[in-house]
Design a protein around this ligand. Structure first.
Ligand code: PMP
Length: 429
């Protein structure tokens, strides 16, 4: 639909449209909806795809003959590490298979960095006067709350379609030694869907940093989560960093949370062999071995790296129509009005919706009152502060398709109503 932009409407026309949307909103509220687009969770239908896991493993021994029921093997079962090394374009010796959460591995790394320092640190980060991190925005809320919990200050840079604004990053890190790292979600970023290009990755890997122990926390949570046949390939950050003389700069994370079971998958860490030894050395003080039964179960379930890719194609069939529906409703309802922009992600779990600046909180509040839960406005920014109050993260994977449609119709009404309220307010002042 090509409707007229609000800015081009007369005051009378705006007033009529506002009344129409108020009526539409009242109707919406009366329907007593109970819908949720808050978190990027797999749907039950996606989880069902992995239910053969419940009947595995068929053996108690891994390929090397080790009894997986017993203690030991802190780095994880070899055949699963080999499989994911292949998928993440790293060497098996650079991969650790851990517990069910990559976020926990990230937290552990940050704890170790704060308490003990990195392999290339002069002292623990916690003994520095100040530790700061570069955070591309919008970004993953839990990355930011984790840093906040440790008192690590956050400095934002813009996230572009090819990754973070790398000029801004390079300028920040060049002469401020308190800046110790950066978060990167390289493939189908949460929430913008951006894919870090080879060029941006190469610059991040090679840029001079005032801190000798600068770290790139490369969270490849969506490496294999394609929504189209045009499958993005993540940049090979470990090789790029090694070639640039900074082999210990990147630490990569991934997991099967959105491949098998979100609550019972396997998480991975990949890094230089020195970083892997550093991580395992600290981990060993609090763990004797991971859940190798789950590792073996996953290795048997997939069979090979190709098996993982084929499994992800089944996920795509389930969730791609939901993303298409988000786009269809937004286009139908808001196209041409100049009240919102949004992305059409080619992978990952989110749609990034930017509404009229100053109205995102209002949209989320309106939606909540109408029974549609959205991620709180500002969540994708450090300290939950979106300076423009414009960004809303939509997560359409969990509800069934019919509910995605209903929820998005409601969101569109709220976006339009909030924009009209603002336009009317401005017209009357
Ligand atoms: N990283 C990103 C970017 C995510 O979006 C998520 C899940 N929302 C995670 C990590 C969490 O991963 P895990 O389940 O492996 O802890």
């Amino acid at each position: 639909m090509n409707a007229t932009a609000l800015a081009d409407l007369s005051a009378d026309h705006l007033a009529t449209l506002l009344e129409e949307q108020r009526a539409a909103y009242a109707e919406l509220k009366a329907r007593g909806l109970k819908l949720d687009l808050t978190r990027g969770k797999p749907s039950a239908q996606q989880l069902d795809l992995a239910d053969d896991l419940l009947r595995l493993p068929s053996s108690t021994k891994d390929a090397a003959g080790v009894d997986v029921r017993n203690y030991g093997g802190l780095e994880g079962v070899r055949e699963l590490r080999e499989m994911f090394a292949d998928l993440l374009w790293v060497e098996p010796d650079q991969v650790v298979a851990g517990g069910n959460s990559s976020l926990t591995m990230m937290r552990d790394c940050l704890f170790y960095l704060m308490l003990f320092g990195a392999v290339d640190s002069e002292r623990p980060w916690g003994r520095e006067e100040k530790v700061r991190f570069v955070c591309p925005v919008p970004g993953y809320d839990r990355h930011f709350t984790l840093l906040e919990s440790l008192g690590i200050e956050m400095v934002t840079v813009a996230m572009h379609d090819d990754g973070p604004d790398v000029d801004a990053v390079a300028a920040l890190v060049a002469d401020d030694a308190s800046i110790k790292g950066i978060w990167i979600v390289p493939t189908y970023a949460n929430p913008t869907g951006a894919v870090v290009s080879q060029d941006v990755a190469a610059r991040l890997a090679a840029m001079p940093t005032a801190a000798a122990d600068f770290k790139i926390l490369w969270d490849n949570a969506y490496a294999l989560h394609h929504l189209t046949e045009d499958e993005a390939k993540s940049a090979d950050i470990l090789t790029l960093a090694s070639a640039a003389g900074h082999p210990h700069r990147p630490i990569m994370f991934a997991s099967t949370s959105k491949i098998t079971y979100a609550g019972a998958g396997v998480a991975f860490l990949a890094a230089s062999t020195a970083n892997v030894a550093w991580y395992l050395g600290h981990l060993a003080n609090g763990a004797i071995g991971p859940d190798k039964v789950n590792h073996l179960r996953h290795a048997e379930f997939f069979g090979s790296a190709q098996g993982v890719r084929e499994h992800m194609a089944k996920h795509r069939e389930i969730i791609a129509p939901k993303f298409a529906e988000v786009d269809r409703v937004l286009t139908d309802r808001l196209g041409g009005r100049d009240v919102a922009t949004w992305n059409r992600p080619t992978g990952g779990y989110f749609v990034n919706l930017d509404v009229v600046p100053g109205t995102a909180s209002r949209v989320v509040a309106l939606a909540k009152e109408a029974g549609v839960a959205l991620t709180p406005a500002g969540s994708s920014y450090p300290y939950k502060h979106d300076p423009d109050d414009t960004n809303i993260r939509l997560a359409p994977t969990m509800p069934p398709l019919t509910e995605v449609t209903e929820a998005m119709e409601a969101v569109a009404t709220c976006v339009l109503l909030a924009a009209l309220e603002k336009a009317a307010g401005q017209a009357s002042t």
